[in-house]
Design a protein around this ligand. Structure first.
Ligand code: SAH
Ligand code: SF4
Length: 405
């Protein structure tokens, strides 16, 4: 009989497991606290559990984290770990310390099948979904490792926020994601409030609706384009779930949590999606609309825009928008009364910035092949990049530069 890895089980599942062992369900809470709050990896550490129970657990269960392949630390304090998930795959997790918080960026899949043009993970193709245990093991490992390293007082958390913004599309791995989110929010686990856990999605509409009903954490939507023509090209999932459906899902997500807002992420690509016209189109997209063809109009969406300076990687053929362009774009959105921030680039000296996570992926799909074969279509005619492509040269890749406020 193979041992059950208890990292795979949320408290409900752990209670069922305890019952199977002939134990009371409440033992699960004790066990859960030992594992997630205190970072125990051996049953012998759990001194307030009867020895007979510890022995029983030792024969039937284990607490098995993932192997760490490497750890890299950036000059700005960002730390990136590469975890072995077997079968030649490895995923990345990034810790980003800030004055008032510690954020962990967690992966949900080995690779990603969505295949966004500007994303390094997308270019690698897809191997497999991570299990609940593999998702939560990233937090388990980072939290307890960092507590030791920073000598944190007993019980004081280092990680205050989790963002599902590592490798993979979390809403294409919903079954494994949901228990992991519950473990993050559980008071006997990591005790994070639902506003401090963010799921970022490229727009898997039906699953946005499920998440709203099952576990309405903070939602970030990777928009990147203000119209279907451009978004189809940048985020291929848009062909399945076009913008009007995505925005309707955002509205219905907020209907359940009216005091919340959606964060729209927008990766700024030079000459592609960064024009003044794009900014005005974005404003129109989230504004209330009047009645259309006799149908009731849509309400405005409570949102924030987060502009992400593109983090380049060689195969993308894309360039980061100049800083002044990003600022001008932000100003248009702000003048339209939309809260807009520009994301600081963190950890780019160790390839830990947004979109640079590549891990190790054994591509089982044809995404990688398709991406290398497909011509880059997204360059605006006449842009320097487009001219470079026409002339048969690779477009110039901008070097990662200093953090921007
Ligand atoms: N699959 C999810 C979450 C992972 S990506 C999603 O797409 O939302 C996390 C964020 O990084 C997304 O907003 C994504 O669009 C952005 N991103 C991807 N590649 C990037 C790059 N090269 N530079 C900057 N941001 C990037
Ligand atoms: Fe996948 Fe997100 Fe990267 Fe798109 S941006 S390829 S959805 S990880």
């Amino acid at each position: 009989m193979t041992a059950v890895n208890l990292l795979e089980l949320d408290r409900e599942a752990l209670a069922a497991f305890c019952e199977q062992l002939g134990e009371k369900r409440f033992r699960a809470t004790q066990l859960f606290r030992w594992i997630h709050q205190r970072g125990a990896s051996e049953f012998d550490q759990m001194t307030d559990l009867a020895k007979s129970l510890r022995q029983k657990l030792g024969g039937r269960a284990c607490i098995a984290p993932m192997g760490v392949v490497s750890e890299q630390a950036s000059a700005d304090g960002t730390i990136k770990w590469l975890f072995d998930v077997g079968g030649g795959n490895a995923v990345e997790t990034v810790f980003i310390p800030e004055d008032d918080r510690g954020t962990l960026c967690v992966s949900s899949q080995a690779g990603c099948a969505v295949g966004c043009r500007f994303c390094s993970t997308g270019h690698q193709g897809f191997s497999r979904n991570l299990s609940t245990g593999e998702i939560i093991a990233q937090l388990w490992f980072a939290e307890h490792q960092l507590r030791k390293r920073f000598n944190s007082p007993e019980g004081q958390r280092v990680i205050s926020n989790v963002v599902m913004m590592g490798m993979g599309e979390p809403l294409q791995n919903y079954t494994a994601l949901l228990p992991a989110l519950r473990m993050m929010l559980d008071d006997h686990g990591y005790g994070l409030s639902r506003r401090r856990v963010t799921v970022s999605t490229s727009g898997v509409v039906p699953m946005i609706e499920r998440l709203r009903d099952d576990c309405p954490v903070a939602l970030a939507v990777s928009l990147h384009a203000p119209n279907d023509a451009l978004r189809n090209d940048l985020v291929p999932l848009n062909r399945k779930y076009p913008l009007h459906e995505l925005l309707a899902a955002c509205r219905s997500y907020l209907a359940k949590a009216p005091r919340d807002f959606i964060t729209f992420e927008y990766c700024m690509l030079d000459g592609v999606n960064d024009t003044d016209a794009c900014a005005h189109e974005l404003l129109a997209l989230v504004a209330p609309s009047g009645p259309v063809h006799g149908r009731e109009g849509a309400s405005g969406i409570s949102c924030k825009f987060n502009l992400i300076p593109f983090n380049p990687f060689p195969a993308s053929g894309l360039k980061r928008s100049p800083h002044e362009r990003v600022m001008a774009f932000a100003r248009i959105l702000q003048d339209g009364d939309e809260i807009t921030t520009v994301r600081k680039t963190r950890g780019d000296d160790i390839d830990a910035a947004c979109g640079q996570l590549a891990g190790e992926v054994q591509d089982r799909t044809r995404v990688h092949e398709r991406m290398t074969r497909a011509p880059v279509q997204v360059h605006r005619i006449g842009s320097p990049a487009a001219r470079a492509i026409e002339a048969g040269r690779a477009p110039e890749i901008v070097a990662p530069h200093e953090s921007e406020a």
